[in-house]
Structures are given as C-alpha cells and as structure tokens.
Design a protein around this ligand. Structure first.
Ligand code: ITT
Length: 193
C-alpha cells in the first residue's frame, strides 16, 4: 500500500518498533520534530488519539501514535496508562520487581496493552488495540527491547530475551498493528471506490 505516516512518539524504543512493523506493510514512516501534548486521556485509546491528532495538526500529514502500558494484576492494573510516569525514570522496572518481591508465581500475572490511532488531515481516524498476557519475572533478564521488556515473561522467557521477530509476533503492539493494517486497507479501498 502507498501510505505515509508521521510517527507521533518521543520514545526511541517505539520508533524502532513502528519502523520495523510498518515498513513491511508498505507504509513509509516519517519522523518530525513534534511537541509533546499532555496525555490527559483516561484510557489508552484517548491518549493515542491526543498524540496522533496533535502530530497531524502540526505537520499536516497523516499521523499515527501508540499509547501503551503494563497492567499488573497484583497491583490492580497499575501502572497501566501511567506506565511512562510511574516511579522515577530508570527505576520503573525495579519498582515493579520490588512491589512483587514476595508474590508467588501464580499471582504475578500481567498484560501489556497498546492502543494505536491514526489521524488524517480530513479528520478521519483509524483505531486498533492489542493486548498480550504474561507474568512479571522475579528479576530483570535480557537486553533487547525497551521499557518493561526485561521483566515481562511468557513461558519463562522475557521480551528482553526474545528476538525482534519473536516479540512482534506476540506483543501488544504487534497485535494492535495487525488489526490496524486490516482497517487501514479497508479504509483505503473504500476511499478509492
Ligand atoms: P510517547 O507517548 O512519546 O509515545 P511514552 O514512552 O511516553 O512515549 P506511553 O505514554 O505510551 O509512551 O507510555 C508507555 C510506557 O509503557 C513506555 O514508556 C514503556 O515504559 C511501557 N511500554 C509500552 N510498550 C512497551 C513495550 O513494548 N515493552 C516494554 N515497555 C513498554
């Protein structure tokens, strides 16, 4: 498909993932100097829309954003939409590990959520969401990925220990963009009809 999107994120870990997921779909990814809008939404989807809309308005180009986070069962879903603002920078993973220090394996369930939103200059929007389920490890393992990847595990391996392909095939963002691709193709087909 022939499509160009500004990627509305300031997170370098996400930039890498947006590029490697979107480019094989035939989507050209454009970087721009963007201001950081306040994420005042109450849901992942609302915050994704806020970021995509701001970037679209600033650049005049279609823009796509992701709002994501880690929801830990034992912490009643925290940090959730506050994942990027939870604890001090550099201490977020350790804070989660510390809070779950004596929590047994059966109670360490967690999931990641990614809400993706694209906004077009005419105001149209496409939304998609992905989730993936796993558990909080007892210690940080693996160097790949970013954010909470090294403490989130599935079948005994953390996302930090997986290759890019393995993560994308099972991650919240991978699933969100699979749905996004479907909806975008429909949108483009109908648009041309
Ligand atoms: P932008 O808003 O600029 O995109 P951000 O980092 O502030 O960047 P979010 O508000 O969506 O993004 O916060 C999501 C946080 O959740 C992010 O900073 C990570 O700590 C964590 N997170 C999201 N997806 C993740 C992933 O695939 N692996 C590990 N951690 C992830």
């Amino acid at each position: 498909m022939e499509m160009k999107f500004v990627i509305a994120t300031h997170n370098p870990g996400k930039v890498v993932e947006f590029q490697r997921i979107l480019e094989p779909m035939g989507i050209e990814v454009v970087m721009a100097e963007l201001s950081e809008p306040e994420e005042t939404g109450k849901t992942f989807a609302e915050n994704a829309f806020i970021k995509a809309e701001a970037a679209c308005k600033e650049t005049g180009l279609p823009a796509v954003a992701d709002d994501s986070g880690l929801c830990v069962d034992f912490l009643n879903g925290a940090p959730g939409i506050y994942s990027a603002r939870f604890a001090e920078p550099g201490k977020r993973r350790l804070t989660v590990l510390e809070k779950l220090k004596d929590v047994p394996v059966e109670q360490r369930g967690a999931h990641f959520v990614s809400a993706v939103c694209a906004v077009f200059p005419n105001g149209d929007r496409i939304e998609a969401e992905g989730k993936c389920f796993g558990a909080i490890a007892f210690e940080s393992r693996g160097e790949n990925g970013f954010g909470y990847d090294s403490i989130f595990e599935q079948e005994g391996r953390t996302f930090g220990e997986m290759s890019n392909e393995e993560k994308d095939a099972r991650s919240h963002r991978g699933f969100a963009f699979q749905e996004f691709e479907k909806k975008l193709r429909e949108y483009l087909t109908i648009g041309k009809a």
